[in-house]
Design a protein around this ligand. Structure first.
Ligand code: ADP
Length: 170
């Protein structure tokens, strides 16, 4: 993981970084939580661009501009809703991280920040989500990609502790 990965506490919409990931819903037309905060900060042009994308399947990712955000790009990914763990939730959450990172590399993006996908309104158990996130990011960074900086942005101490604990296992 090394110096290319970090865990920060804060508001992802304020981060001065090339790209941020949005934990969107499948309509890509905005919602609550981090999605609402990103749309509020980016301004109405983000919603206009999202409208032409035609939604996004769970586990997949799509990219737009960042408009009024400090970030130049927003990568929208749709996390799974937790339904007990027997509905491919783990695999779908892993795909969110992998597909977002792949989309970043395809677009020559070097720096990317993630929120804790699925662990708010979508109720994915936090510790389990943190292990999946760290594991996928770690595998991806080890695969020789040119990413320079990958950040997990935690909105609370509880979230930050979960990701720090997960990182210790690597
Ligand atoms: P989901 O629907 O994927 O569960 P939520 O937005 O409800 O997404 O929650 C995902 C995580 O994002 C939660 O840990 C929540 O606290 C966090 N979050 C909410 N707003 C922000 C923000 N502005 N910056 C970073 N993280 C945020």
């Amino acid at each position: 993981m090394s110096e290319r990965f970090e865990i920060l506490k804060g508001n992802i919409t304020k981060l001065e970084i090339e790209s941020i990931v949005n934990a969107a819903n499948s309509s890509l037309l905005g919602g609550g939580g981090v999605d609402g905060a990103i749309h509020d900060a980016a301004g109405p042009e983000l919603l206009e661009e999202c409208r032409i994308l035609g939604g996004c399947a769970t586990g997949q990712a799509k990219i737009t501009g960042g408009y009024n955000l400090p970030a130049r790009w927003v990568i929208h990914t749709v996390g799974p809703v937790w339904r007990g763990g027997e509905h491919e939730e783990d695999e779908l959450l892993a795909s969110c991280y992998r597909n977002s990172l792949e989309l970043a590399v395809e677009n020559d993006i070097l720096d990317i920040a993630f929120p804790s996908i699925s662990t708010g309104a979508y109720s994915f158990p936090l510790d389990r989500a943190a292990e999946i996130a760290i594991s996928e990011i770690s595998k991806f960074l080890d695969s020789g990609v040119p990413l320079r900086r990958t950040v997990m942005v935690c909105f609370s101490d509880r979230v930050q502790t979960a990701y720090e604990n997960a990182l210790e296992k690597f």
